[in-house]
Structures are given as structure tokens and as C-alpha cells.
Write a protein that binds this ligand. Structure first.
Ligand SMILES: [Zn+2]
Length: 256
């Protein structure tokens, strides 16, 4: 199977411990609409390292958090990235609210999707793709209808590991079915039989050991077209590029 690479632009403030979750967050975020975002120095530095890494590199989709376009320093870096021919830009919500951790709110979710879509697509122009990743991986079957209604064609929020099914208290196959019934393509994350292999699992021992091995095994051929190819989602975070004094790289089979 082809690998489809994507990176989420989460800043420190977007961690569920800070924001977006009804029980885990210090700021419980009663409304999805946030204003006045300013990128942390850590994210800006990591983005600079990512720019160096991805220039003339593999095709990568950036899942952008819409509020981040409030920050001119961060937007300057996105300008460089969105001009690269190997970069596509998709949607990671407006302010990183963990929607399925809250009571079902299709109207609010729709409104957020439409405003995020309009903002990001107007910014990214031809680099825009109507693809979505749920903040924190918090996805539920009721989210499929609003996604389809807002014109999204692909979702990549499902982490099909037993460990996560327990945490979320649900069954990922129901989400997948609901996406398909609404006409969306679902591209679940790479997992191993030991657990998750994407995002935080890349740096979280002991998952990281198995994750890195699985990435190397599954990244021999890379596609930038997950709607066309039956692609396996391999994703990481921009902030990861700040690890190892800025020398961190995703563990791909080959440097493209
Ligand atoms: Zn995120």
C-alpha cells in the first residue's frame, strides 16, 4: 500500500491538557471560536526546520488549524510552504476543539467546519484540499454528516488500535461506516499490533520502537493523492521537528 504523509500544525496551546477537552483541559473552551492566536517560539523554530526538511522533499499534506492564520509570524512560514509544489493544505479545525469528547453538536461542528474551510481555502488557493483530521483524534459517527455537508471529501481521524478504542469508549468501524455512508473517504492511521504508530506514538516509549519500525516498512512508496490511491495515513506534528536540537526527521524508508 502507498503511504500518504501528513503533518498537523498543533502548537503547545492546542494540547488537550490546555484546551478543547471538557475534562482534560485547563481552558475548557465553551465555544469553538478563538481569537488572537500567537505562535510559540517553539512552533516557529520547528516550522523553520520542517521547511528545510520538506523543500524538494516528499509530498506532504499540512493539516492546518484555522486560527493560526491570526499569527503573522506563523503565516509567513505557511506562505513559504504553500508555494512549494509538494505541499497541500487541509483542515485540522479552527481552535483544536475535541468535538466528540463533548455532547453531540452537529450545528456547531458544521458552523466551525464551514468557517475553517472558507478561511483555509481562501488562503491556500490551489493547494487547498477538502480533507479533515479531527483534533486529538476525537471523531464520532455524527461528525460525518456535517463533514459531507461542508464539502469535505476525505477524513483521516481514525486511529484503529485497540488501545485507543478503549480510551475513546467506542468502535472505530462505526465511524468508518458512517463516513462511507456520507460519501467520505476514510484514511485510518498506521498502527501496529502493539498500538498506535502515528502522532505522539512516534516519540512515546514503548510505542515509538514499534512505530518507527512500521514507518520504515510502510514508506517505500509515497503518494500525495489519498483520494485516488488506497493510502495508509502516516502523520506527525510540526512540533516534532524541534526535537533532537532540530535534527528530528520522520522515520521514512528513504529520504525522498
Ligand atoms: Zn492536533
Amino acid at each position: 500500500m502507498m503511504a500518504w504523509l501528513s503533518v498537523d500544525t498543533d502548537d503547545e496551546i492546542h494540547l488537550p491538557a490546555h484546551r478543547g477537552h471538557p475534562h482534560r483541559s485547563s481552558n475548557s473552551m465553551p465555544t469553538w471560536r478563538t481569537e488572537g492566536y500567537r505562535a510559540s517560539p517553539r512552533l516557529l523554530n520547528a516550522t523553520d526546520r520542517f521547511i528545510e526538511w520538506v523543500e524538494d522533499g516528499p509530498q506532504v499534506t499540512i493539516f492546518l488549524i484555522a486560527e493560526q492564520l491570526d499569527c503573522s509570524e506563523f503565516t509567513k512560514r505557511m506562505d513559504i510552504l504553500s508555494a512549494m509544489p509538494n505541499i497541500l493544505i487541509a483542515c485540522h479545525g479552527w481552535g483544536h476543539r475535541c468535538w466528540s469528547a463533548w455532547p453531540e453538536d452537529a450545528a456547531g461542528f458544521s458552523e466551525m467546519l464551514i468557517e475553517s474551510r472558507d478561511r483555509i481555502s481562501a488562503y491556500a488557493k490551489s493547494s487547498w484540499r477538502p480533507w479533515f483530521r479531527a483534533p486529538g483524534g476525537y471523531v464520532a459517527p455524527w461528525m460525518a454528516g456535517p463533514l459531507a455537508g461542508a464539502g469535505f471529501r476525505l477524513d483521516s481521524s481514525v486511529n484503529p488500535s485497540r488501545w485507543v478504542n478503549r480510551k475513546m469508549g467506542g468502535d472505530w468501524s462505526v465511524v468508518q461506516q458512517s463516513m462511507e455512508q456520507c460519501g467520505l473517504i476514510e484514511r485510518p492511521w498506521l498502527t501496529t499490533r502493539f498500538g498506535p504508530a502515528c502522532g505522539p506514538a512516534l516519540s512515546l516509549f514503548p510505542f515509538s520502537v514499534f512505530a518507527r519500525r512500521a514507518w520504515r516498512r510502510n514508506s517505500h512508496s509515497i503518494t500525495g493523492e489519498p483520494e485516488v490511491e488506497n493510502a495508509l495515513a502516516l502523520y506527525w506534528h510540526l512540533l516534532d521537528h524541534g526535537r533532537n536540537s532540530g535534527h528530528w526527521q520522520p522515520p521514512l524508508a528513504v529520504r525522498q
